[in-house]
Design a binder for this molecule. Structure first.
Ligand code: PMP
Length: 438
């Protein structure tokens, strides 16, 4: 096992410099290690399952860029596709063939009829909501506490991800009028959904949900919950928006819908995608029923646009990634996730650390503490963050890069080979002991 020294002078120097020019020294809050303390690692390179920081330390990466790197870092065929695309120029502001091929690949894997490409998951959910409002002529949006859909004004209420990590329930800068258009409900709570629709049904434009939440830790839908949501939306003339930015093309070839909707027989009206479909570049998408998508400019009146939307380099990376993501890739990712999650839980049990392991296919997370199964955000918030923090740092010191937050899913890739998995397994006993001492 290659131990990583606890002091990281290079990362510290860059962090100091970064804080002088960027708020908190980072361009996305959770990266700052605010919840776990210590020096955020400034990464210099990635290859396969591994990241190397500016001090030359290597880590097995269990973040995978928060989901996108399904094939691992610098996959040779993705790099080749990107290199070829870059040589042809980086942006034209015209239609290109690659974006059509990527759109076709997305439509081919999902139940949507049409898709529009954008540059971030935030843009995708923001645009889907505008479209739902335009289609229904209604304003209200229903979301669940602990679900994160990007930093869209109307979707930041009781959101997961960085807001959960930092304990922020609402943020200054969101007008009260925007927050008032959002109804926030507890996840997996059918009675709460029934009550909200009974009271506001004819004013609700859409309900948006993570297809299987991963931003309050992994909290899967109870069986039939998504089918119930689709049905109640349709009963009230609202649109059902399934956010698959995190799960899309990661938990299966067809994302969460492939293991859930395709089996249970429900179809979202709109879906959002990001992460894996961009192959590590800024690309995302929203799509859905053709009659809804037909309202989008220039076909219809609902405006949406982007200078870099469908960017030729990003779409080349995404297309190469999706074309490589065949059943063998998902089998490998599932297998590695099962091993790491099971062994992590076993090590914690062995050390006497109470915890709850929750999985949704190859996404998983561990809630530290004596908790019941976590079915909603309120329960997730009762976890023992101090236990996680001790575990996180012991893993980091042993060369394993976990998400620096107790509220995030752990991600693996098809490049996580035996050597990478073994380094994680070797690190577990000491990390579990560190958590036990808290
Ligand atoms: N929706 C979900 C489910 C997400 O997990 C995220 C990002 N973690 C987003 C939307 C926002 O995507 P982005 O960070 O690309 O704006």
């Amino acid at each position: 096992m290659s131990a990583v020294p606890a002091d990281v002078p290079g990362s510290q120097a860059w962090f100091d410099r970064a804080r002088g020019v960027t708020p908190g020294g980072v361009n996305s809050p959770v990266r700052a290690f605010a919840a776990v303390g210590g020096t955020p690692r400034f990464m210099a390179s990635g290859a396969g399952a591994w990241l190397t920081d500016v001090d030359g330390n290597s880590y097995v990466d269990l973040v995978c860029s928060w989901g996108p790197m399904l094939l691992g870092h610098a996959h040779p065929e993705v790099i080749e596709a990107v290199t070829r695309a870059i040589a042809r120029g980086t942006s034209y502001g015209t239609p290109t063939t690659t974006e059509v091929e990527l759109a076709a690949e997305i439509v081919g894997r999902t139940p949507i009829d049409k898709v529009r490409l954008v540059s971030s998951g935030t843009e995708a959910t923001m645009s889907a909501i505008r479209l739902a409002r335009g289609f229904t002529g209604r304003d209200l949006v229903v979301k669940f506490a602990g679900c994160y859909h990007g930093h869209v004004d109307s979707l930041l209420a009781s959101a997961g991800s960085g807001l959960a990590t930092l304990g922020v329930s609402s943020t200054p800068g969101v007008p009260a009028s925007a927050a008032a258009q959002t109804i926030v409900l507890p996840y997996n709570d059918r009675a709460a959904v029934e009550a909200a629709f009974a009271e506001h049904g004819d004013a609700i434009a859409c309900l948006i949900t993570e297809a299987s939440p991963g931003n309050m830790g992994v909290v899967p839908p109870e069986p039939g919950f998504n089918a119930f949501l689709a049905e109640i939306c349709h009963r009230h003339g609202a649109l059902f928006v399934s956010d698959e930015v995190m799960t899309g093309f990661r938990v299966s070839r067809s994302g969460q819908w492939g293991t859930d909707g395709a089996v249970e027989g429900w179809t979202p009206d709109l879906m959002t995608f990001g992460k894996v479909m961009g192959g590590g570049f800024p690309a995302a998408a929203f799509g859905g029923r053709s009659d809804v998508m037909a309202l989008l400019s220039p076909e219809g009146p609902v405006y949406q646009a982007g200078t870099l939307s469908g960017n030729p380099v990003a779409t080349a990376a995404g297309l190469a990634t999706l074309r490589l993501a065949d059943e063998s890739v998902y089998a490998q990712v599932d297998d590695v996730a099962a091993t790491i999650s099971k062994e992590s839980s076993a090590a914690l049990t062995e050390a006497g650390v109470p915890h709850v392991l929750q999985s949704n296919g190859n996404m998983f997370s561990i809630f530290f503490g004596d908790l019941p199964p976590v079915r909603d955000y309120a329960t997730a918030q009762t976890q023992d963050v101090a236990g996680f923090k001790a575990f996180f740092h012991a893993m980091l010191d042993a060369g394993v890069y976990l998400p620096p937050s107790a509220y995030e899913a752990w991600f693996v890739s098809s490049a996580h080979d035996d050597r990478a998995v073994q380094q994680v397994l070797d690190a577990l006993p000491a990390a579990a002991t560190a958590a036990a001492r808290v």
